[in-house]
Design a protein around this ligand. Structure first.
Ligand code: AMP
Length: 542
């Protein structure tokens, strides 16, 4: 027997309609590329999104075609999120930190017809536009008088001129909820990046899930600052969840240094922020150096790579801010797990609670997880068995754009490439990327655990643990570290710091000091590149 409820498709346009209707005066504050602060409301954003939709109609961009963006977090990018997807086109967010050649490759692979970009990225497009023949319209996200005249880019218009004459009314189409809304390419650390096509349905379901109390717990009472970029995995879905909840939105634009972020957090009374560990490290450094405190910040979700326990502790103990450690990936829209305590944990000591809060947390409702051994056999959720993590759910990829890479699923499950344990309560502990796993004497050593210990040392800013070939043990770990400015620590002292914090045989064989660890376009450590940089290195005693 069929249920008898209405079959209303879940569409991205409904989010902005809702925000306009019920949170029309809700504020959206942006630091612009120009350096000033721009303020307006959800009602303004909704109106201008409709102008974007009309501008795309005027260009006759067909439904389903891609519109690329190379842009920071800001109000114009937010309008494109809604104007492009809401009108049935596919918003293709491009990571501007990629090599220009890769940006061109992605624009061509996606077959973008229109590309909108912040002025910061004009040099990239100046260099590559001749290699992107399918792009019919280039739009610089600026006022008419700021349009650069020296780019040589044909069909270039300022965003404000582009939408200025357009009607502010638009009838959003009643799309099939499973059509594509957004396209985001994976970081592509090996080979070319692959496109993940989010649908209206997957994005709206993800928006509901992200708002739940044990996830981001967002509400109309919050002031939210996503430092995570709108150019990668939709800033963890925050632009959608924000419209669904009516929270105040604060966009940092290009200024991601500790001082600028701190000023915005304070001035806009931010209660909730989201970012990767490297950005928060800059923020914490700024607070420490200037002896500052947060006056409104309550919670911050940190993910994208493992958040060092030392950072979680410092946020809590020194600044009274709760870190919500999250794990996910581009292929998962991105939310997979997020860490909050259960009722039964409330009576535990602060140290015991912290131990739980340092894990990657429990699955968000909608995400199924399992771990398997090398033969694909399911492993127990006992917090000890370690295996490859597989996931499934309505906002997890089924196949890549244009079928690239064939069928990625194994019996309907997506293999994440992460190695993890899961405990009886569902708490996930990521120990490694499968390609980074260190196997020593037949036993696994978690490179993340080794890194986290080094990061707990007051003199260490960043640490990467890698396995080096060893004739007897197969592999032995070493830790490559960057010292904090003005701080010092000797090799022996750091190795001694490991004693009692990790099993003896897991202690790295050596410490290598470097000035910097290479980071990829999404802020993750690039261990392959790091290995190249220390190519001449040999383990002590070999
Ligand atoms: P991306 O698709 O670029 O977002 O990268 C996803 C990958 O980042 C995951 O498969 C993990 O390897 C890593 N990652 C994300 N969040 C975490 C986390 N909290 N702890 C450890 N690794 C993480």
């Amino acid at each position: 027997m069929q249920g008898q409820m209405q079959e209303r498709p879940l569409l991205i346009s409904q989010l902005i309609d809702f925000a306009e209707r019920f949170h029309g005066d809700g504020e959206i504050v942006s630091r612009r590329v120009e350096g000033d602060i721009h303020r307006y409301t959800y009602a303004d954003a909704a109106l201008r999104s409709r102008q974007v939709a009309n501008a795309l109609d005027r260009l006759s961009v067909p439904i389903g075609e891609r519109v690329g963006t190379l842009a920071w977090n800001g109000y114009r990018h937010f309008e494109l999120y809604y104007g492009v997807s809401g009108s049935g086109r596919v918003l293709h967010t491009i990571n501007p930190r990629l090599h220009p050649e890769q940006v061109a490759w992605i624009i061509n692979h996606a077959e973008d017809e229109v590309v909108c970009f912040d002025l910061t990225f004009a040099p990239i497009l100046k260099a590559i536009h001749t290699h992107c023949p399918k792009v019919r319209q280039w739009v610089a996200l600026c006022d008419a008088d700021a349009l650069p005249s020296d780019t040589g880019i044909p069909n270039l218009i300022s965003y404000e001129s582009w939408i200025a004459g357009e009607a502010t009314t638009y009838a959003w189409p009643e799309l099939d909820e499973s059509v594509a809304a957004c396209l985001c390419y994976t970081s592509g650390t090996t080979g070319n990046p692959k496109g993940v096509l989010y649908s209206h349905r997957s994005s709206v379901l993800h928006a509901y899930a992200a708002a739940m109390p044990d996830v981001m717990c967002l509400s109309a009472k919050d002031s939210v600052l996503p430092v995570v970029p709108m150019f990668h995995v939709n800033a963890w879905g925050i632009p959608y969840t924000a419209a669904a909840t009516g929270c105040k939105l604060v966009f940092p634009g290009p200024a991601l240094d500790g001082k600028s972020i701190y000023e915005l957090l304070e001035a806009e009374k931010v209660t909730f922020a989201a970012g990767v560990p490297t950005v928060w490290q800059m923020l914490l450094g700024h607070l420490q150096q200037n002896n500052l405190r947060f006056s409104t910040l309550q919670r911050t979700v940190i993910g994208g790579s493992a958040c060092p326990p030392a950072m979680i502790r410092m946020f809590k103990d020194t600044y009274g801010v709760t870190v919500l450690h999250a794990w996910g990936m581009t292929e998962m829209s991105p939310l997979g797990t997020l860490c909050t305590l259960k009722n039964k944990h409330l009576s535990l000591s602060a140290d015991e609670q912290l131990k739980i809060l340092c894990t990657q947390g429990r699955p968000v409702f909608g995400v199924s997880m399992k771990i398997v051994d090398d033969e694909g056999r399911e492993l127990p959720h006992d917090g000890k068995a370690q295996g490859e993590l597989l996931v499934s759910g309505p906002w997890i990829v089924r196949s890549y754009f244009k079928g690239e890479g064939g069928d990625p699923l194994i019996d309907g499950w997506f293999p994440t490439g992460d190695v993890a344990t899961i405990d009886a309560d569902g708490y996930l502990h990521i120990t490694d990327r499968s390609k980074d796993v260190i196997k020593s004497g037949g036993e696994w050593i978690s490179s993340i655990d080794v890194e986290n210990i080094a990061m707990a040392h007051p003199a260490i800013a960043m640490a990467a643990c890698i396995g080096m070939r060893h004739p007897k043990w197969d592999e032995r770990p070493i830790v490559v570290v960057v010292k904090k400015p003005g701080a010092d620590v000797a090799r022996e002292e750091l190795l001694k710091f490991y004693e009692g914090r990790i099993a003896k045989w897991q202690i790295p064989d050596d410490v290598v000091f470097v000035d910097a660890i290479p980071l990829g376009a999404t802020g993750k450590m690039q261990k392959v590149k790091l290995r190249e940089e220390i190519a001449g290195y040999t383990l002590p005693g070999l």
